[in-house]
Ligand binder design. Sequence first.
Ligand code: SAM
Length: 313
Amino acid sequence: MQQYRHDDEAERADLIDGLLAPHASVQPKHFYDVLGSRLFEAITALPEYYPTRTEAEIFAAHATAIGARCGSGGVLIDLGAGNCQKAARLFGVLRPAQYVALDISVEFLRDTLAGLQQQHPQIPMMGLGADLCAPLALPAPIRQGRRLFFYPGSSIGNFAPDAALALLQRLRAAARQGDGVLIGVDLLKDEAQLVSAYDDALGVTAAFNRNVLRNVNRAIDANFALADWRHVASFDRQGSRIQMHLQAVRDVEVHWTGGGRAFHAGERIHTEDSHKYRVEGFAALLEEAGFADPVCWTDARQWFAVFHARVPA
Ligand SMILES: C[S@@+](CC[C@H](N)C(=O)[O-])C[C@H]1O[C@@H](n2cnc3c(N)ncnc32)[C@H](O)[C@@H]1O
């Protein structure tokens, strides 16, 4: 397991800037400590949360075509790997020469990868603790050979389209001729269905959202009280995105080392966007980033899409 050095001071300054902004925000990467990763796993089991199940259906239904298109025997680089289950289900068709799992949730990844390596002792594996928002640095132990950058779960939707384009361009810069990307993307659909996927009846997504405050408390020594904040999920039609916020249920004053802020009852902290795409729109983004020949597989209801694109000759 390799971990890139964390610049705690820069992260702290960034968090405080976000909290002090007129429209306060915390970046979604702060959801993921070990508990956040476990809560996300629980979300994927909820009846309302269709993306994980639908993407898995697509992988199962089109495994042979995906394998044929991506090729086997390359280096599989899983971005925001989480519990690594999606990559593991493709091991059979991709037969990777090496599996590299990258995630910001380092402790969770370490445990997951140890279990996965036991199940697949024949595949060389490597964990990378890294932030995808930073420039992508792939260390030397990553083998030479064809690379497939795997980015499932519609995680790319957490970036606004211009930032998603910048991330795809960073991948393109790290890729060479013959390399490719395999990316899961959530598609635009009925608004009520979208909102319920981010506001489940059991309240797991609410817990996941509020957990960000525990992580903020730890990172900047703040005193957010979780009971002061309620989870809000809404759909912004113009921006084609689900938005998650935490809303103050009363007037609150929050302090952290060196500062603090008052929030009025009803004031919100923005914690996540999840952008929803049309097939043509995402294919165009891939091409704009410098990838060629995009193809996609979808489910029968066109809820979700898995794209493959290549580095052109
Ligand atoms: C929505 S989950 C998807 C997990 C898994 N790939 C899946 O499809 O089920 C997002 C994953 O990306 C990781 N992540 C979020 N922001 C990240 C960042 N900036 N850099 C690296 N990993 C990040 C999280 O820890 C989490 O495991």
